[in-house]
Design a protein around this ligand. Structure first.
Ligand SMILES: Nc1nc2c(ncn2[C@@H]2O[C@H](COP(=O)(O)OP(=O)(O)OP(=O)(O)O)[C@@H](O)[C@H]2O)c(=O)[nH]1
Ligand SMILES: [Mg+2]
Length: 404
């Protein structure tokens, strides 16, 4: 596991390399990652640690109420604060993993985790936009949860409720924040050009194209980019480039969101999925034990807690899947992007396993849960020996064979 050379660290959302042995974050930082690491950086933040979803929305739209409903569960949460922002990490509910735990009765049970951040919007000075001062923080998000007020009749400014308009405004805030960043960077490039310094023309061109889109109110996610442009732009962590889910925080009287077609249509135009969420009810339910939860859901005609639907939605949105490792010591979920090879999946578990990879003994969790025996899966041939290039599937249970 131990590797020599520069140590990658994350600093204000950017991966940088610190010379081994160096401790203070001073000029000893090198902003030149090794090729393998640069590649990883371009692939977006590695969600293997904990997927992080940032809740943003208009004032009083119910962000904190939704955050509470998402994080205050009987299984507990890891709660902290980043300045005025609340941070809560919860276990990803996964029935397959829970069944594997019941089967193996392991010493340690490790579900995947999701971190939610309830973003506190600071008061906005005249002429500034709501998110301008938060771009560094928001740049760290894997995706946004856009909380839209859909309860009550008035919004926080005393205007009639307009969920679609509220969502559009929030998307525009993302656009403004990016536009400011683009203009600042283009200004610097212009300054360098005037001083006769060498300009990265690919960067300048991609930024000019971004500027034109943003000035037209278009989120960067909806612009068509060449591979080269995308590579350049990814390093900026633009907010309007990030995927998002829309959460309509409805009142107790409108659990199906009957009045929300305009919001759904507006969200669709942005390519967002809309989730109906009643923060007040969900918070109440989150506190109940599982059997009482089931009765509660039935009473309200709901299938699943919105918390579960939201996490599953985020996994789909970000193209994430889970594979599992099982044994008496530990039953554990690992989060990877769809399309990950068995070799790369091995690297998630341990770099030694990746290095000494021989084969991945693989069985679908449903097949294992049916026979309840690893050896029976071998006998009925649902257990396969897969090689390095095998594309791991959602719900695979894998035992890696490797040379130590
Ligand atoms: N009836 C009803 N009220 C809600 C619901 N969700 C939130 N509220 C109320 O709306 C108000 C604002 O909710 P918060 O969760 O504090 O909203 P916020 O977006 O975090 O607000 P700020 O952080 O101040 O911008 C509170 O008084 C909540 O009790 C809901 O689903 N139904
Ligand atoms: Mg709040």
């Amino acid at each position: 596991m131990l590797e020599s050379g520069p140590v990658p660290v994350q600093y204000k959302g950017s991966w940088i390399h610190r010379r081994a042995g160096g401790s203070a974050p001073t000029v000893s930082f090198l902003f030149l990652p090794a090729p393998a690491f640069r590649y990883k950086r371009l692939q977006e933040r590695d969600p293997c640690m904990a997927l992080s979803l940032y809740l943003i929305g208009a004032p009083r739209s119910g962000k904190t109420a939704v955050f509470e409903a998402l994080t205050n569960t009987p299984e507990g949460r890891h709660f902290s604060a980043k300045g005025a922002h609340h941070v809560g990490t919860v276990k990803v509910p996964d029935a397959r993993l829970a069944a594997l735990r019941d089967l193996y009765q392991p010493k340690k049970y490790t579900p995947a985790e999701v971190t939610f951040v309830d973003v506190a919007l600071p008061p906005v000075p005249e002429g500034r936009h709501a998110l301008s001062s938060l771009t560094a923080l928001l740049g760290e998000a894997d995706a946004f949860v856009l909380v839209v007020q859909a309860f009550g009749e008035m919004d926080s400014r005393g205007k009639p409720l307009d969920p679609a308009g509220q969502m559009d405004s929030m998307v525009l805030e993302l656009v403004f924040a990016d536009l400011e960043k683009v203009e600042t960077r283009l200004g610097r490039i212009e300054h360098e050009r005037k001083r006769g310094l060498k300009i990265n023309t690919a960067e300048a061109t991609a930024l000019e194209k971004s500027k034109a889109a943003l000035e037209a109110g278009q989120p960067l996610r909806l612009v068509e980019w060449s591979g080269e442009e995308e590579k350049v732009l990814r390093t900026f962590q633009f907010l309007s480039m990030k995927p998002a889910l829309v959460v309509a925080n409805v009142g107790e009287g409108d659990l199906k969101g009957a009045m929300l077609d305009p919001l759904r249509q507006a969200a669709e135009r942005h390519g967002y999925q809309t989730l109906i969420f009643c923060a007040v009810l969900e918070a109440e339910m989150a506190q109940l034990d599982p059997s009482a939860q089931a009765a509660f859901l039935k009473d309200y005609g709901l299938d699943e807690p919105a918390r579960v639907r939201l996490i599953q939605g985020a996994y789909r949105l970000l193209n994430l899947i889970s594979f599992f490792t099982v044994g008496e010591d530990e039953v554990r979920a690992w989060t990877i992007r769809r399309g990950t090879s068995a070799l790369a999946a091995a690297g998630k578990v341990h770099s030694d396993i990746e290095r000494g990879f021989i084969r991945a003994e693989t069985v679908a969790s449903a097949d294992l849960l049916q026979t309840r025996l690893w050896s029976a899966c071998r006998d009925n041939a649902t257990l396969r020996l897969e090689g390095k290039t095998y594309e791991v599937r959602d719900g695979d249970v894998i035992h890696f064979r490797f040379n130590a």
